[in-house]
Design a binder for this molecule. Structure first.
Ligand SMILES: Nc1nc2c(ncn2[C@H]2C[C@H](O)[C@@H](COP(=O)(O)OP(=O)(O)OP(=O)(O)O)O2)c(=O)[nH]1
Length: 202
């Protein structure tokens, strides 16, 4: 196993893996997330991650493969928040979030196929995110950049939203959309060592 197939259109997930030296190919699942329901946010992100990875598996050519699907949502008071549907929704989300904390949950579904054996591992990582107490003008300015439109919970920790997150408790990569230490542990459960996936380095 010398490459990971990422079943995600997320530039943040791809960048996270590439920065960690992982040889990665992207096959976007195109899964419609809208109709999927679950009793809680942790279960929902795990199910969405599973749907994405399983949708891509048949698209990957035969042979051995390690394939990962992910999904991220912000849980605020038990309510899952994905990407805002509008600028208005992003503003309303920030008015709820400011000065408080929420839990960013990222589901991971790993499929490893070796010959006729296919193994699956699903795990969810959670990181608590503490938000600065933005005033209305800051919220309007940040929402106006358009960055919140594309990210779960309408914020980033590694982009324009950086100043608006005062601290995190847990793996920060989970917030960006893919927990590297969790993926390492998942791979190990199915006999893949992290360094097997490192891009050949000169
Ligand atoms: N760079 C960055 N991206 C973030 C952050 N928080 C959330 N995101 C992004 C990661 C994902 O691209 C997106 C969450 O949406 P999804 O989990 O549905 O993934 P996405 O629709 O991007 O692609 P996919 O459904 O996997 O094909 O939000 C952050 O702090 N930094």
């Amino acid at each position: 196993m010398d490459r990971l197939v990422l079943a995600s259109a997320s530039p943040a997930r791809l960048q996270t893996l590439q920065s960690a030296g992982v040889a990665v190919s992207v096959v976007v699942s195109g899964v419609d997330e809208s109709g999927v329901d679950a009793p809680d946010t942790a279960t929902l992100v795990a199910e969405l991650a599973r749907l994405k990875a399983e949708a891509v598996l048949p698209l990957v050519q035969d042979g051995d493969v390690a394939l990962l699907g992910c999904d991220s949502l912000l849980d605020l008071d038990g309510t899952p928040q994905g990407k805002p549907a509008s600028r208005q929704e992003a503003s309303e989300a920030w008015r709820r979030m400011r000065g408080r904390s929420g839990t960013l949950l990222t589901g991971h579904h790993l499929i490893v196929r070796r010959g006729s054996l296919t193994e699956r591992v699903t795990r969810t990582a959670s990181t608590t995110v503490f938000f600065a107490d933005l005033d209305d003008d800051e919220i309007d300015a940040y929402v106006g950049t358009g960055e919140p439109d594309h990210v779960a919970g309408a914020f980033t920790i590694d982009g324009l939203g950086g100043p608006f997150v005062t601290r995190v408790e847990g793996d920060p990569h989970t917030v960006v959309g893919l927990s590297l230490p969790l993926l390492r542990a998942m791979l190990r459960l199915v006999g893949v060592r992290w360094y097997d996936l490192w891009e050949a380095r000169v």
